[in-house]
Design a protein around this ligand. Structure first.
Ligand SMILES: [Zn+2]
Length: 405
């Protein structure tokens, strides 16, 4: 019998822990090498390690990049079988220029403000408080609970990649991101390519001598946009909508009086559950080749994708989904299931056969914004739901008796 945990976590407990997590900056250095404050996750990792050790939990560090470690915290279960993974990133995006000190955590009207409050230190706090609740009440879960606090989600997700490379002893997982306490079972993946157009430079008064790479790229992109729009609208996933394609960066030309010889764009293609990245790559290549054929004098080069992130597509009746919904119902009196468009670390975990949901307090609309905030109430309820979930058997694999096959 799983105990009722509603009301077990107070707003004060959330405010104390979350203020500390927000006040320790852990900005992703992106392409920069520095881990000097406010960059890097090292100081927040030190804090979390100390917090977990004070609960008597085992903590190990997994090196990912210089001075950037994943932190693995284990709460033992009654059996040593593969357990339940809570995965949550420690890094945040930077503060925006003109923003008052984003690391000055403050509580106003029941909401905590500061960089990372919503994305995703609120969920990290909820996961830590869930472990604390289980330890304080001497509640041992049936299987081990592993909390992986990872690095680099906001840039190249090298933290979660290292986690799965090293092998993670988990059968099911909760990836922490703001979902407003909805159990998310589907999200888009993404593929990104660089596409270059190569023409010939000349004095800008002598168009007869040059081949303008920017003009050619504009023509190709116009065709690509039209062709992909009608193609992608035909594909729809009930929880994520249709796939999308966007041109997100463009560079070209050297001076206002030189016909540009090169133009490079980055293409971002969001894939929906069921789309195979290799097929999408081949399809995009064929489309670009077909359009390029009609443009004279310019060579188009589409590189192999520099990012392929898988979509998330967990069955709505998977044991982890049912257990999470039961836990939400026990705490909130209701539960909801859904899909989101943004990508998360969950795709990488499912690729390794770990049955995964995305779940956390807060709204994604707050993420990466000025004046980011989260409701203390939602974080407290999230902690109770996660603790309840940890106590459930997430692996029974029995189909719901009320469900038709
Ligand atoms: Zn996030």
């Amino acid at each position: 019998m799983v105990p009722r945990l509603r009301g077990a976590v107070s707003h004060d407990q959330v405010a104390a822990l979350l203020s500390d997590l927000v006040a320790i900056p852990s900005v992703n250095p992106m392409h920069d090498q520095t881990t000097d404050p406010p960059f890097g996750e090292a100081r927040v990792a030190d804090y979390i390690e100390q917090y977990a050790r004070s609960l008597g939990l085992e903590v190990t560090r997994q090196p990912v990049l210089p001075d950037r470690h994943n932190l693995l915290i284990t709460l033992p279960g009654r059996t040593p079988n593969h357990g339940l993974l809570f995965e949550c990133h420690m890094d945040t995006v930077p503060g925006w220029s003109g923003e008052p000190d984003p690391f000055d955590a403050r509580v106003v009207d029941g909401r905590l403000y500061g960089r990372g409050a919503c994305d995703v230190k609120g969920t990290l706090a909820a996961m830590l408080l869930a472990l604390r609740l289980l330890v304080d009440r001497d509640l041992q879960p049936p299987r081990p609970v592993l909390l992986a606090a990872t690095v680099d989600e906001e840039y190249q997700a090298r933290g979660v990649r290292r986690l799965v490379e090293q092998g993670v002893a988990a059968e099911s997982a909760v990836v922490g991101e703001p979902t407003g306490l909805t159990v998310v079972v589907a999200h888009m993946g993404c593929i990104r390519w660089r596409l270059a157009a190569r023409g010939r430079s000349a004095h800008s008064s002598r168009t007869d001598l040059g081949v303008n790479a920017i003009d050619a790229m504009v023509d190709l992109l116009t065709g690509l946009r039209h062709a992909s729009r009608s193609l992608l609208q035909e594909r729809r996933h009930p929880l994520t909508g249709a796939p999308v394609l966007n041109i997100c960066t463009i560079h070209g030309g050297v001076a206002a009086n030189v016909i540009p010889e090169e133009c490079i764009v980055e293409i971002d293609r969001r894939t929906i559950p069921g789309e195979d990245p290799l097929t999408v790559d081949a399809e995009t290549r064929a489309l670009v080749a077909q359009l390029a054929e009609k443009i004279d004098g310019v060579r188009f080069i589409l590189d192999t994708p520099f990012i392929i992130d898988p979509p998330l597509d967990t069955a709505p009746d998977a044991p982890i989904v049912r257990a999470a919904r039961h836990a939400a119902e026990a705490v909130l009196g209701r539960s909801s299931i859904g899909g989101v468009s943004f990508g998360t670390d969950a795709g990488t975990l499912t690729e390794r056969g770990i049955s995964t949901i995305v779940f956390g307090p807060g709204s994604i609309d707050e993420a990466h914004t000025r004046n980011e905030s989260i409701a203390l109430e939602e974080v407290a309820r999230a902690a109770e739901i996660l603790a309840t979930l940890a106590l459930a058997d997430t692996t029974e694999g029995q189909p719901d008796p009320g469900r038709r096959p």
